[in-house]
Design a protein around this ligand. Structure first.
Ligand code: C2E
Ligand code: MG
Ligand code: MG
Ligand code: MG
Length: 289
C-alpha cells in the first residue's frame, strides 16, 4: 500500500483500523435495517437417528437475504448481531418463524419431529426470555415437548444463577435444552449434571477427523459414555462421511446431522423431504440384503 511505501507503518496500521471500523459501521447499519425489514430466511437441517435412519428432528439455521450480496451465512453476522444486541429481535423472529412452520407441517399431517433453535447468550440473559418463549409457544401453537433450545457452553456458564433459573423454568415448560458445540468450552460434567439438560451436540471439529483408533475417537467415545451415564443423549454435528457415522454408531451415538445426510435447506425443500420420508417410513435403514 501507499502508506507502507512512504515508510510509515503506523500510518498504514491506522488506515487499516479506520477502514475496518468503517466496514463495521456499514455492516451494523445494514444489519439493523435487515432486522427491521425481516430480510432473513430460516433454513432447516434434519437430524437423523444413527440407529434406524429416521428423522429425529431438525435445526433451524438463519440466513441473511442481503440485497447486493445474496444469501449470507450466520458465520458472517451472528457475532455482530450479538455485539449490537440485534440478536434479541432476530433470535425472537427465528424462533417464532420456525415454530409457525413446524405447526404448519404438523397441520399438514407431516412429522417434523423435534425443532431445535439456537439461542445466543445475549438472549438467554434477558430477564423476560422465558416469558417470551412461552408467549411464542402460545401464539404459534407449537408443542413445547417438541421444542429444543440449543445453547453454547459459554451461555450456560455466563451469569450462572440466571442460567440455572432459566434452564429450570424452560424445562418446567417441557422444553428440552441441548448444549451446542460441546467440547469446545469449559463446561465440566460435574457442572452439567446439576442441570436438566437432555442432549449434547458434539462439536464438528471432533467429528471431522473421526476414524477408528484416532484421538478424536477417544474424545468422542468419552463424551458419549459420560453423557449416557448422566442420562443425556448425543447428536454429532458435521457428519460428512459414512465412516464417521459408523464410528459414531459403534459408540452408540443417537443422532447425526451433516452433509452426509443433507445440507441446511429452505422450508419448501424440507417439506418435500418430510413428505418423501412419510412415504418411505417402513423401509428399513442400512439392511444388508
Ligand atoms: P451451529 O448451531 O453449531 O450449527 C451447525 C453449523 O454447521 C451450521 O452452520 C451448519 O450449516 C453447519 N454444518 C452442518 N452440517 C455440516 C457438515 O457436514 N459439514 C460442515 N462443514 N458444516 C456443517 P451455519 O448454518 O453457517 O451456522 C453457523 C452458526 O451460526 C451455528 O452453528 C449457530 O451457532 C449460529 N446460528 C445459526 N442460526 C442461528 C440463530 O438463529 N440464532 C443464533 N443465536 N445463532 C445461530
Ligand atoms: Mg446449533
Ligand atoms: Mg453446533
Ligand atoms: Mg458448531
Amino acid at each position: 500500500s501507499r502508506a507502507r511505501e512512504t515508510g510509515s507503518g503506523f500510518e498504514y496500521y491506522h488506515m487499516e483500523m479506520k477502514r475496518d471500523a468503517q466496514k463495521r459501521m456499514v455492516m451494523v447499519r445494514e444489519l439493523r435495517k435487515a432486522v427491521e425489514d425481516l430480510h432473513f430466511l430460516p433454513y432447516y437441517q434434519p437430524q437423523y437417528s444413527l440407529h434406524n435412519g429416521n428423522i429425529l428432528g431438525m435445526e433451524v439455521l438463519v440466513r441473511w437475504k442481503h440485497q447486493d450480496r445474496g444469501m449470507i451465512g450466520p458465520g458472517e453476522f451472528i457475532q455482530l448481531a450479538e455485539e449490537t444486541g440485534l440478536i434479541v429481535p432476530l433470535g425472537e423472529w427465528v424462533l417464532r418463524t420456525a415454530c409457525m412452520q413446524w405447526k404448519e407441517w404438523r397441520n399438514k399431517g407431516l412429522s417434523p419431529g423435534k425443532l431445535a433453535v439456537n439461542v445466543s447468550a445475549k438472549q438467554f440473559q434477558q430477564n423476560d426470555f422465558v416469558h417470551k418463549v412461552e408467549s411464542i409457544l402460545e401464539e404459534t401453537g407449537m408443542d413445547s415437548q417438541s421444542l429444543e433450545l440449543e445453547i453454547t457452553e459459554s451461555a450456560a456458564m455466563y451469569d450462572t444463577d440466571k442460567a440455572v433459573a432459566n434452564i429450570h423454568a424452560l424445562s418446567d415448560l417441557g422444553i428440552a435444552i441441548s448444549i451446542d458445540d460441546f467440547g469446545t468450552g469449559y463446561l465440566s460434567f460435574g457442572y452439567l449434571k446439576k442441570f436438566p439438560i437432555q442432549k449434547l451436540k458434539i462439536e464438528r471439529s471432533f467429528v471431522r477427523d473421526l476414524r477408528a483408533d484416532s484421538d478424536n475417537e477417544a474424545i468422542v467415545s468419552t463424551i458419549i459414555t459420560m453423557a449416557h451415564k448422566l442420562g443425556m443423549s448425543v447428536v454429532a454435528e458435521g457428519v460428512e462421511t459414512e465412516e464417521q457415522a459408523q464410528v459414531l454408531r459403534t459408540h452408540r451415538c443417537e443422532g447425526g446431522q451433516g452433509y452426509l445426510f443433507h445440507q441446511p435447506m429452505p422450508a419448501q425443500d424440507m417439506e418435500k423431504l418430510l413428505k418423501s420420508n412419510m412415504n418411505n417410513r417402513n423401509v428399513p435403514f442400512n439392511t444388508a440384503t
